[in-house]
Design a binder for this molecule. Structure first.
Ligand SMILES: *Cc1c(COP(=O)(O)O)cnc(C)c1O
Length: 368
């Protein structure tokens, strides 16, 4: 096979390109009517009262941490097996990051290990809906409730996913989405904070725009950043929202095909779906363990030689990066996260894979 199968593919349809062209001709390039419309449609889609559009998932997380009032001396519990933004937002507010280990079946934060990390200073938990699968809602939210902790849900990878009747973003007190170019719903860069709490939404809105009240420029009511979204991103978001359920369904169909056809391979562990969860497969992440024929890294090189590109999300748990290490974290602190980071490999599952691509991926893996 000559053509390359990539881990993600970005395709804009004509409606999306036309919508962007209309904005370019309109003279209103940043946060205006289209951002407002996107916020309203997004609120309807998730089923929340308030939405605040921002220019990245990181910005949404930072706004959320700020709006719930995190400050110096506060502790926030999160996973070391995620993208750095999930924990960096805590540091940005001057609070302390308390990592805890993950479960190897779900790659998500282990609810029972959260319990052991709670102190009188603990204020919040940031669970991540990693790879598109909601975190363990029942157990985690019970612990949060019993200990009066705020849940900030990092739903950046999981738009359209859910647990029972609840959509991701709504599982905690405040939810954060990313519309980065390779996310399930994408606007190039972009993000959204969602909540049912008016106070949090109001604070986030101020924080997004240097503390200025809407339509009252240069009256600075609080500290803030420039986290405004562009109109070109908003119209892309509006168009993407129309097709997100369909795009997610295509990912799920691809995932089901891979789940069915890669069963019973020694040393290859397939992703598990927690009961009650609707998993939208931002990534299809398998584990190549020591019982497999070749190592994880050899597996990736082999697939690459066959024109299939894979990804490692994430090759190193974040507690081992220098800016967290200096708080005293070290190798051996989170054995599950550290082991899993050596085993995971994400194989293509994106909506634009053809039946031929999928057959070829399965055949290539089986040939090992
Ligand atoms: C993508 C992502 C983010 C950050 O989003 P950006 O839009 O890139 O700032 C945060 N957390 C997780 C888990 C993500 O995957």
């Amino acid at each position: 096979m000559k053509h390359k199968i990539n881990i993600s593919k970005i395709m804009l349809d004509n409606a999306e390109i036309n919508a962007i062209l209309q904005v370019l001709k309109s003279g209103q390039l940043t946060q205006g009517e289209k951002v407002l419309e996107f916020e309203e449609l997004f609120a309807k889609y998730i089923g929340v009262k308030y939405t605040v559009a921002v220019n990245s998932g990181t910005a949404a997380l930072h706004c959320a941490c700020w709006a719930v009032g995190l400050k110096e001396g506060d502790e926030v519990i999160t996973s070391p097996f995620t993208f750095a933004a999930s924990a960096n937002c805590i540091l940005m507010c001057g609070a302390k990051v308390i990592f805890t280990d993950i479960e190897e079946e779900t790659f998500n934060i282990d609810p029972y290990s959260i319990k052991q990390k709670i102190t009188k200073n603990t204020k919040a938990i940031i669970p991540i809906d990693l790879y598109g699968q909601p975190y363990k809602f029942d157990e985690t939210n019970k612990i949060a409730k019993e200990n009066n902790l705020t849940i900030i849900e990092d739903a950046c990878q999981a738009i359209g996913a859910g647990y029972q009747q609840l959509k991701t973003g709504k599982l905690g007190k405040v939810g954060c989405f990313s519309f980065y170019a390779t996310k399930n719903l994408m606007t190039g860069e972009g993000g959204m904070l969602v909540t049912d709490d008016k106070n949090i939404a109001d604070k986030a809105r101020l924080f997004r725009n240097h503390g200025q009240k809407e339509r009252q420029r240069y009256q600075y009511l609080a500290l803030g950043f420039n986290y405004r979204m562009k109109e070109t991103e908003a119209v892309l978001g509006i168009e993407q929202l129309k097709k997100i359920d369909q795009l997610n369904k295509m990912r799920i169909n691809n995932a089901n095909f891979l789940l069915n056809n890669l069963k019973n391979i020694k040393g290859l562990i397939l992703p598990e779906i927690i009961k009650g969860n609707y998993h939208v497969f931002h990534q299809f992440t398998i584990r190549i363990t020591k019982d497999f024929k070749i190592t994880r890294d050899q597996f990736i090189v082999y697939l690459k030689s066959k024109n299939i590109n894979c990804g490692i999300y994430y090759p190193q748990p974040i507690h081992l990066s220098p800016h967290f290490k200096k708080y005293g974290y070290q190798k051996g602190d989170f054995p599950v996260a550290e082991k899993i980071s050596q085993e995971v490999v994400s194989i293509p599952v994106h909506p634009y894979l053809t039946k031929k691509d999928l057959d070829y991926i399965v055949k290539t893996i089986k040939s090992i």
